[in-house]
Ligand binder design. Structure first.
Ligand SMILES: N[C@@H](CCC(=O)NCCCC(=O)O)C(=O)O
Length: 252
């Protein structure tokens, strides 16, 4: 079988006076080594892109994390200076991409911002600056210049019984990293909670009756994919899903 191709969402970054479409290499390495698939960066060109033409040629989609936030206007709230930064080109690309991929049964793995985009794409809302909300812990990354420190294991998650995540990782609680200021608020249409933190923060989701594999995590399994058991299992499961999809799509 030829290796499956996986679209990876990009952020727009301003570098040397130009817009660059960028992806953190940790996601690309995790797809390559954790899922044994070939990552293909999808530029955040929004409505200029023929998403069906792109999805016709691939076997999966990974929606990556990002420090930028989904614009609150997309879920009926007002953007604020402190809630930024925003990335409108990313929003304009990833929200329709996720919706269309799910409709077509293309396997989806949505991580952190990607999980928040999934929720908004399906009509849900987000909670912002959750560290300021009563009853919520601080889910932001530790203040450090060292990435291993920022992505360190932070808290346990409880796995929902009988769901997709339990099928991949098992029923026992496990530890995850945490680098986010926002969280799922009202659930989008058809979304199922697969894991939660002790303070009730939604940590993983799937889509009810989805024609294809869909799993979303608020934490970052890509970062420790080579050494952390649950992270390895998540990318291996995604790899199995994209290979099965390719077999069905191409017959090899
Ligand atoms: N910006 C959103 C989503 C969080 C997210 O994707 N974090 C990854 C950022 C990685 C880093 O900080 O280097 C939120 O804050 O909730």
């Amino acid at each position: 079988m030829t290796k499956p191709l996986v679209l990876v969402t990009a952020d727009v970054k301003s570098i040397d006076g130009f817009n660059w479409h960028a992806v953190n290499s940790t996601y690309l390495q995790a797809i390559l080594k954790g899922s044994d698939a070939i990552p293909m960066i999808l530029p955040a060109l929004g409505a200029e892109l023929d998403l069906d033409a792109a999805l016709d040629q691939v076997d999966g989609v990974v929606a990556t994390g990002s420090r930028s936030n989904v614009n609150p206007q997309l879920y009926g709230q007002a953007p604020t200076e402190e809630n930024g930064p925003y990335d409108p080109d990313r929003d304009a690309t990833t929200l329709p991409l996720l919706k269309r991929a799910i409709e077509r049964g293309v396997p989806v793995f949505a991580i952190c911002r990607g999980m928040q985009e999934l929720n908004v794409a399906l009509g849900g809302t987000l909670l912002t600056e959750i560290q300021t909300l009563s009853g919520r812990k601080d889910h932001r990354a530790p203040a450090s210049e060292r990435q291993d420190e920022r992505f360190r294991i932070a808290h346990p998650v409880e796995v929902a019984s009988g769901g997709c995540l339990e099928a991949v990782i098992g029923a026992e609680p496990f530890e995850v990293n945490s680098l986010h200021r926002q969280a799922v608020g009202d659930l989008g249409n058809g979304l199922i909670i697969e894991a939660q933190a002790a303070d009730g923060t939604v940590e993983a989701m799937s889509v009810q009756d989805s024609p294809g594999y869909v799993l979303a995590t608020q934490w970052h399994p890509e970062y420790w994919v080579m050494t952390d058991g649950p992270s390895k299992k998540l990318f291996a499961a995604f790899g199995n899903a994209v290979r099965a999809y390719r077999q069905k799509r191409l017959g090899h």
